[in-house]
Design a protein. Structure first.
Length: 119
């Protein structure tokens, strides 16, 4: 079965950390990335990791979030540190249809995992 399954979301206090996981089955991850969507806001691309391990981060999460991939486990991760209330959103992993992560065309999406940052 071809799918992306996310885990690791939850409730955390401001300044805290969480690590999200995105396990792929039925295909090899390769170029993949993370998005989030908060209520009433547009989906935001956060980070991606290429085939060769190169990474890209949106300014909103740069220096705080780290994307990584374990090829042996076929799993994508997002380590989130120094979390802020404005990071509250549903987080998704996605596999792009092309070699451009931000073109807007995706073959697979995870189901999403809720991250809530609140005291």
């Amino acid at each position: 079965q071809v799918q992306l399954v996310e885990s690791g979301g939850g409730l955390v206090q401001p300044g805290g950390s969480l690590r999200l996981s995105c396990a792929a089955s039925g295909f090899r991850l390769g170029l993949t990335g993370w998005f989030r969507q908060a209520p009433g806001k547009e989906r935001e691309g956060l980070a991606c990791i290429s085939e060769d391990g190169s990474t890209y981060y949106a300014d909103s999460v740069k220096e705080r979030f780290t994307i990584s991939r374990d090829n042996a486990k076929n799993t994508l991760y997002l380590q989130m540190n120094s979390l802020k209330p404005e990071d509250t959103a549903v987080y998704y992993c996605a596999k792009p249809r092309t070699t451009n992560m931000w073109l807007g065309e995706y073959d697979y999406w995870g189901q999403g995992t809720q991250v809530t940052v609140s005291s």
